[in-house]
Structures are given as structure tokens and as C-alpha cells.
Design a protein around this ligand. Structure first.
Ligand code: NCD
Ligand code: ZN
Length: 371
């Protein structure tokens, strides 16, 4: 019988490479896009993760049950036939959203959660919420039925410095929402600051947070190293080193409030390398390898499984995955780009060499070994 204690085991008696076997993780925040881009990126996520919370910021955004069902069908259609993967759909909150639509979608299992983007905060957020009070009827419903709210936690006030927008969001918006909906389950997404870590730690068990690989690996200097680095630009933008260190402490702390969410957000090279480049980092191909690198650097490889595969499902009230994945401690060079039909996409850490190679799901890896 398999145990799911994370284990570092020698690959074979003859070899020296170590393997890390983990319960299969989930990605609690990903952008899969649509059309040719969806086809280009979906299998990168599905190879590593059993389930993923799929962001609804298409253009137009996913605001109805019918739209989410259609999008889910296109995701499943784009999947390689051999890969088992469950997309967990979300609904995009707008000023005009009908609580009845949310309730129907949640009750029928189409919507797992609802996403709140402050209007104009980020990519395709033009339809976002202009004032949180406008969605209070929706939040009331969600609190009542136990449906999680996912928050892009940045104010959009142009007078607030871009590096302060998360901390100001906590003071101006989040604190208020928590007071008005004390039992609402919510996820403070892709947190980037020590203020966000402290806020989540101090809140009740109904509050969780996702942490991306890039915010654990880079600070804001990385965007300007030797010139402007558009592929390291995302929102919320990376912050100072002390914030990165606070995120590393939180991710490796075994506090069940913190869990894996890549915020993998692909854009074509042309849209990134532009006079007004899009925000978003495509990290799906390097996701679990990056987290493993970070946890190893922190001397916390034994805690990776809790962060990657246990805290998220427990927060969402979903079963833990039964399968597992294998990483091998062998250098792996990240491809410099990936192909979409009419574009190329540059991944996070393009061209760099990571210490961990992703081998696949346990059955795949076993098959390879017996070949
Ligand atoms: C995301 C995108 O491109 O959709 N971009 C990003 O920088 N993370 C939107 C978002 O999650 O903010
Ligand atoms: Zn995102």
C-alpha cells in the first residue's frame, strides 16, 4: 500500500538521482484562456495538477452558468485524451451580477467559487466591480451557502503607488468585507506582501491565500535587471525582498491557510514585449519544479506536499487526490518558448536550469521505468 508521506527515494540502486514522490497537487488559481491559447497551455497545467480553479477573465468574462459550462466543455475538449484533469469553474462578479445566477451555478456544481476583480485592476478586468458594496447581495448569498469568494486584492486608485495597492486594499476593502461577512469563505489570491501574510494569519479559518511560484522566487529588482524584463511583469507586481521572504515563510509554515495557486497567465510574446506589455507570467510548465526548488532552498521539502496538495482541498472541502507525481533531482533546462497556433509564449524562467525535473504522474513514471 502507498503511503502519502512525501518521500525522497533513490531512483534505483544503480542511479544516484533522487526522486520526490508527492500526492498529486492542484492549482487553486490559473488562467487557461480560450481558443488557440487554451490549446497551447492546457496540457502544461493538466500534466502536473489533478484539478485547477479556472479564472473567468475571458473577454467577455464568464458571468453565467451557460458560459461556464461552455468554457468547461472547451477546456475538456482541448485536453490530451490520456490526461485526467478536472477544471473547477468560477464566475466573474460584475456590478450587475444576479445572486440567483450564482446560486444556481453553485447548487448545480458548475461554479466552485466566484471571483472579484476590482474594475480595471488587471487583464480583462474592465467588467470588474466598481464598489464592493454593489455585490453585497451576492456575498450574502455566498456566505449563506458556503461558496468561496476569490479576491484580486489590489485597489485601482491611480493615486496609490502600484507597490502599495495590495496593502491599501487590505485597509480599505478587505477589512470591511470581513467585518460585514464574518463567515464568508474567501481566498486572498496571489498574495505578495508581508501585510497580506499577517492579515491572513490573523483572520479566522474561513480566510485562505494562494502563493505563486514567481512571488516566491523573484523580487521587484528582477523586472529591471540589466534592462526591462516584460516576462517578469505580473499583477500584483512583485514587491521588495522582505515581502518575498515573508511569503516563503508563510508557504513553508504548514499553516493550512496558505496553498498553491500558480496564477499562470499566458500572453503571446508580442503582447508581452510591447510598448504597453500585458501583465501575467506563464509558469504552468515550471510550476511544481519551481515550488520544489523554493521549498528545498528553505529546507522544507517535507512540507511541500501539505502546501501543494492538502491545504487547498481542505479549504474547499474537497477530497485529497488519490494519485501522486514524481520529481527527479536532475537538472532540467526550461524551454525558451512554447508554441501556440499563431504565437509563441515565453515561460517563467525561460532558458534557466532548475534542479528538479518533472517526471509525471506515478503511473506514467512507473511505465517509463519499466520500458
Ligand atoms: C492575469 C491575466 O493575465 O489574466 N495577469 C496577471 O498578471 N496575473 C490577471 C490577474 O490575475 O491579475
Ligand atoms: Zn490571476
Amino acid at each position: 500500500m502507498r503511503t502519502y508521506e512525501p518521500e525522497v527515494v533513490p531512483e534505483s540502486s544503480a542511479g544516484t538521482a533522487k526522486c520526490l514522490v508527492l500526492r498529486q497537487p492542484d492549482d487553486w488559481h490559473v488562467h487557461l484562456r480560450d481558443g488557440a491559447m487554451l490549446a497551447a497551455v492546457i496540457n502544461e497545467t493538466a500534466r502536473q495538477f489533478a484539478r485547477a480553479i479556472v479564472m473567468p477573465n475571458l473577454d467577455p468574462p464568464v458571468t453565467t452558468v451557460v458560459a461556464a459550462e461552455g468554457y468547461r466543455a472547451r477546456i475538456l475538449e482541448a485536453l490530451a485524451p490520456s490526461i485526467a484533469f478536472t477544471p473547477l469553474m468560477t464566475v466573474y462578479l460584475t456590478d450587475a451580477i444576479e445572486p440567483g445566477e450564482i446560486e444556481r451555478g453553485f447548487a448545480s456544481g458548475v461554479f466552485t467559487a466566484a471571483k472579484l476583480y476590482p474594475a480595471h485592476a488587471t487583464t480583462n478586468a474592465a467588467y470588474g466591480v466598481t464598489d464592493a458594496r454593489l455585490v453585497y447581495p451576492a456575498l450574502e448569498l455566498m456566505q449563506r451557502v458556503g461558496m468561496p469568494l476569490l479576491l484580486h486584492g489590489e485597489v485601482t486608485d491611480q493615486n496609490v503607488d502600484v507597490f502599495d495597492r495590495e496593502a491599501v486594499f487590505i485597509d480599505r476593502v478587505l477589512t470591511r468585507i470581513l467585518l460585514d461577512f464574518p463567515a464568508l469563505k474567501f481566498v486572498f489570491e496571489h498574495i505578495t506582501t508581508e501585510e497580506a501574510v499577517a492579515f491572513v494569519e490573523a483572520a479566522g479559518p474561513n480566510v485562505g491565500a494562494t502563493i505563486t511560484p514567481h512571488h516566491l522566487m523573484i523580487n521587484r529588482n528582477a523586472m529591471f535587471e540589466g534592462g526591462i524584463r516584460p516576462h517578469l511583469y505580473c499583477l500584483p507586481v512583485a514587491k521588495r525582498e522582505r515581502h518575498r521572504l515573508a511569503l516563503r515563510r508563510a508557504a513553508t509554515s504548514v499553516n493550512p491557510k496558505f496553498f498553491l495557486g500558480t496564477d499562470s497567465a499566458p500572453h503571446s510574446v508580442g503582447d508581452k514585449e510591447s510598448a504597453c506589455g500585458c501583465a501575467g507570467i506563464f509558469n504552468a510548465p515550471v510550476a511544481i519544479q519551481s515550488y520544489a526548488t523554493v521549498f528545498e532552498e528553505e529546507g522544507a521539502l517535507d512540507r511541500l506536499q501539505a502546501f501543494a496538495a492538502e491545504h487547498g482541498p481542505r479549504f474547499y472541502g474537497l477530497p485529497l487526490n488519490a494519485g501522486s507525481i514524481v520529481l527527479e533531482q536532475k537538472p532540467w533546462r526550461v524551454p525558451s518558448s512554447f508554441a501556440a497556433t499563431d504565437a509563441r509564449i515565453v515561460p517563467f524562467l525561460a532558458g534557466a536550469t532548475l534542479a528538479w525535473t518533472y517526471k509525471g504522474r506515478i503511473d506514467d513514471a512507473e511505465r517509463e521505468r519499466s520500458d
